[in-house]
Structures are given as structure tokens and as C-alpha cells.
Ligand binder design. Structure first.
Ligand SMILES: [Zn+2]
Length: 199
């Protein structure tokens, strides 16, 4: 997990905390993680062993969509259709998470899906690999950007028919390998900018 309150731009590989979700003393450590992150991430990792990477953000467009009464990612282009019928929507926001029960609730809600729009909150993506989780989160934010921009016109959305949306979503399955190429490219971009993230 990220160290508590460390700015994302400063987190290096060696800063990441390797924690045991069953260790009751985790929050007593001097470098204990953020309490609400521990409630959500720690508990979800414990409950969903098949998930190797959980990413959670409050990205601008995803959060804007999550703040609407209808936070569904409607299929209006290729990127939005990627998520057709593949997102769990949490409509039970109850304040900043501070107990294990909230992590258990979210783990049960996510089940065997891997993407959650968290109403009044943000987005959460779970993946078997870091590259796939990053890819889903990247495309989710791009999809939300397109949808928010389309909404902002005030004109009626041209939502795809379900069969076309489903066909488009399945079309993305052939691009799973792109996650890894994309992730490697991200790292090369960081290497050119400042390679210290990897130390
Ligand atoms: Zn959050």
C-alpha cells in the first residue's frame, strides 16, 4: 500500500508497504497506512484473494460522474462501451470509511467483477496484475471524460443499443495484451522524466 499521506508524485517502489491483512497490529505500526485506505484495501485484499492489485482514485471525470444521480457509464463510444454491463455501482456512500465492515461490504458488492463506480466518492479497479488494473482505470477515466463532456453539451446522448454495446465490449477482450505494452510505455515515460520512482 501507499505510505500514509505521501504524495503520489513522491512514492517510490521502496516506499510501498508490504502488509499482512490478518495482522491486527498493522495500524499500531509507526508507518501505519491511512486508516480509511486500510479499511477498504486491507479488507478487500483479505476477502478477494484472486485480486492482486486494487487501485482507488477520486479522478476528476470519474468522480464527477459518480456524483450524478445516475452514475452509470452509458455506452456512447468505444471507450464507454468497453465497460457496458461490467461495472458495479455502489450507491451506499456512508462517509469516509473507518471500519472493516465497509471493506467487507465493498468486497461483497464487487464479487467477481473488477470495476466499481463508487457513488458520491470515486472509482475502484481490481486486477490480477498491476498493468491490467492501471489499464482499466485509465480507460475508465477516459470513458468518464467523454461522457461528462457529452453531458455538458446539454444535448441528448445517442446511447448504443445493448447488442452493439455488448459486441463492442467483447471486442476489447482482444486488446488485453495492450495493457502490458501500455504499462511498459508508462514506465519508459517515467524513466525519461525521473527514474527515481523505481528505486
Ligand atoms: Zn476514496
Amino acid at each position: 500500500m501507499n505510505p500514509r499521506w505521501m504524495h503520489f508524485s513522491e512514492v517510490k517502489a521502496s516506499d510501498l508497504l508490504l502488509l499482512d491483512s490478518e495482522d491486527a497490529d498493522t495500524m499500531k505500526r509507526p508507518d501505519a497506512p491511512d486508516p480509511s485506505a486500510w479499511c477498504i484495501h486491507g479488507t478487500m485484499h483479505a476477502k478477494l484473494p484472486q485480486v492482486r492489485c486494487i487501485l482507488h482514485l477520486h479522478p476528476p471525470y470519474g468522480t464527477a460522474l459518480a456524483a450524478l444521480r445516475d452514475p452509470e457509464v452509458k455506452p456512447i463510444d468505444q471507450n464507454t462501451a468497453r465497460f457496458f454491463n461490467r461495472i458495479v455501482v455502489d450507491r451506499q456512500f456512508g462517509g469516509i470509511a473507518d471500519d472493516r465492515a465497509e471493506g467487507e461490504r465493498l468486497a461483497a458488492l464487487l464479487g467477481n467483477r473488477n470495476i466499481m463506480m463508487m457513488g458520491n466518492h470515486g472509482a475502484l479497479v481490481a486486477g490480477n496484475t498491476i498493468a491490467e488494473a492501471v489499464e482499466d482505470l485509465y480507460f475508465l477515466e477516459r470513458a468518464c471524460q467523454t461522457l461528462v463532456l457529452a453531458y455538458s453539451t446539454g444535448r441528448e446522448l445517442n446511447v448504443m443499443k445493448p447488442d452493439v454495446a455488448e459486441k463492442t465490449a467483447r471486442g476489447w477482450d482482444d486488446y488485453r495484451g495492450m495493457s502490458f505494452a501500455h504499462f511498459d510505455a508508462w514506465k519508459r515515460m517515467l524513466d525519461r522524466k525521473d527514474p527515481s520512482y523505481a528505486s
